[in-house]
Write a protein that binds this ligand. Sequence first.
Ligand SMILES: [Zn+2]
Ligand SMILES: [Zn+2]
Length: 297
Amino acid sequence: MLTDYHLHLRSDDVDATASQHFTSANAELYRAAASERGIAELGVSEHVYRFAQALEVWRHPFWERYAHDDLDEYCGFVRERTDLRLGIEADFVPGAEDRIANLLQARDFDYVVGSVHFIREGAVDMDEYGAWTSGRSAEELWRRYFQTLGESARSGLFDVLAHPDLVKYWSPTDAARPTDPALAGRRRPEGDLRRYYELAIEGIAESGVAVEVSTAGLRKPAGEIYPAPAFLEMCLEAGAPVALSSDAHRPQEVGADYDRALELLERLGVRELCVFERRERRLEPIGAEALSATERR
Ligand SMILES: [Zn+2]
Ligand SMILES: [Zn+2]
């Protein structure tokens, strides 16, 4: 069985309204795209900061600009008017763990995808409030990012760690590096990157959290699945199960590049994926059927 649990029914555009996108018709477009690609298990995980209730967690100016919708209306819509699992993409905000827990525990999510978009130095994947313009070195930002990722795992707030090496967002792998001079200041640190991954591994191992394998990185300057193979290997050794997702923001992106993700999973010996219901996790075999459905495309 294949899954796609990290889906957004709307783009990240501040003007993409709930009334336009939280409709049965839109949810059906995602379901139809998934069926075509042999993906049976589907869930939505809208960004928590699009909801007014998120401002009880963090009053960052970026969140204040986006937090307009009602979280309970979203939950009601997904439960009553779609056949999708109910998830949410919740940011890890160090120091706000209790407030995040209150927000999450008050709703009956099937799963919570936890994300580190912001570290102390700023956002790792956008220019606005960006860490990469803070004057810190790539080494400092990578260290902080993976420390924060480990903390987010250890917090126990999340079922899945989203796009686990998001800090590489702007930095293509060596092979693709010469292409864009504008990204030169956002390079990856030199050498074996496992010294950074190591900073998160203990938290991942101790918490038992699942790690997301996300094809979204292929659509970003990084040009690589999240997480990098070496990091995924370490997560697997630490006992973490895998949740497979595309982080689609449009129906066309559902299950995008799953052939590449499945190839990676097969190479690393992953044969099962996480399935979630009311925050209970079980493992389902990927199955040869799912593999061939994806290969046929
Ligand atoms: Zn995200
Ligand atoms: Zn997302």
